[in-house]
Design a protein around this ligand. Structure first.
Ligand code: NAD
Length: 328
């Protein structure tokens, strides 16, 4: 299959691209190598995909470009069987500083891809959405019927984009799905997220930073589970027109997680507490019943298993990853 992965040099898009190359598909990764965090992390991802391709798996090509460039997007979609749209301006807090950019990249960029997909016709369009679309919880775990009232420009942009995905599926008969990811972590993860902060600071002899009192809860989801949900969508149109949760269901308080990582890696360090940002979600927790029903999705990693896998990976890759985390 020919698969276009937007954001294919990023954290999640990179894992999806890598898996498809390993499985023998022809992958084109469209990414503008946005300097939101140290771009050298993305270069490692690109290198890994190239290595898989040169060792005889599928093919891999990086196109350095922007999802806001409608002509480029049309050209690439015309040549694809599937589009896995992972490119976005990520970051809840940063979206408060510059909301318009989030709209341009996350909403207009998605529309460029959707328009190209409906014009040329593709097998399926899969978009990365986010638990941020839910906003303040009325009940937990969130199921897909929960009201969507995002409290950040990032969440609003993701909600707008996924509504377009579902509307295009309905109106233009496009096979299209949005997956609402819940706080994803794993190898090559974005450095400015809780788990990379806790692990890198503890291994570096610096106190892990907890925002707020740490009573916030999260469904941290290991990236391999997210990849499996995406891979499942190669073979089924059962989820067309829907936005579906992809989480771990294994919920944990942030302070507890920071303490556990600290106890394991640097028991002498104290946790440091800094102000919580208003746009940060207080609690997220996923019901994944719909994903199980439609995609056969079963998260394999508990948080403790995933964190332990991440720490193993971090130790093996510390030499190049740690300076880049510190840089970001
Ligand atoms: P990431 O920043 O590592 O990956 C996004 C990639 O998109 C980057 O490589 C970036 O260079 C690229 N990009 C940004 N703007 C672009 C543009 N205009 N044109 C082309 N490429 C562009 O982030 P990630 O954590 O891998 O997130 C991937 C997707 O998953 C995003 O859509 C994000 O909103 C969504 N998501 C992530 C999480 C998470 O916890 N990481 C949670 C929910 C949803």
């Amino acid at each position: 299959m020919k698969i276009l992965v937007t954001g294919g040099a990023g954290f999640i898009g990179g894992h999806i691209a890598e898996r498809f190359v390993v499985d023998g598909h022809d992958v084109v990764a469209l990414d503008n190598l946005d300097p939101f965090y140290d771009v050298d992390i993305k270069r490692h991802t690109i290198e890994r995909c190239r290595e898989h391709a040169s060792s005889g798996d599928g093919r891999y090509e990086l196109v350095e470009g922007d999802v806001r460039d409608a002509d480029l997007v049309s050209e690439l979609v015309a040549d694809a069987d599937y589009v896995y749209h992972q490119a976005a301006q990520a970051g809840v807090r940063q979206s408060v500083e510059n909301p318009r950019k989030y709209d341009e990249v996350n909403v207009d960029g998605t529309l460029n891809l959707l328009d190209a997909a409906r014009e040329t016709g593709i097998e399926r369009f899969v978009m990365a959405s986010s638990s941020s679309v839910y906003g303040k919880p009325r009940y937990l775990p969130y199921d897909e019927e929960h009201p969507t009232t995002p409290v950040s420009p990032y969440g609003a942009s993701k909600l707008a984009a996924e509504r377009y995905v579902c509307a295009y599926s309905e109106v233009y008969d496009l096979s299209a799905v949005a997956l609402r990811y819940f706080t994803v972590y794993g190898p090559r993860m974005r450095p400015n997220m809780a788990i990379s902060n806790f692990v890198s600071r503890c291994l570096d002899g610096r106190s892990p930073v907890v925002y707020g009192d740490g009573s916030q809860t999260r469904d941290f989801t290991f990236v391999e589970d997210v990849v499996e949900a995406n891979v499942a969508l190669l073979d089924t149109d059962a989820a067309d027109g829907e936005a579906i949760n992809v989480g771990s269901t294994d919920n944990i308080e942030i302070e507890t997680l920071a303490e556990e990582i600290r106890d394991q890696l640097a028991p002498d360090l104290d946790l440091v507490y800094e102000d919580r940002h208003d746009a940060d979600a207080e609690h997220t927790h996923a019901s994944t019943e719909r994903a199980a029903e439609l995609l056969g999705y079963e998260p394999e990693y508990t948080i403790r298993e995933g964190v332990s896998a991440f720490i193993d990976w971090y130790r093996e890759n510390r030499e190049w990853y740690e300076p880049l985390v510190r840089n970001s």
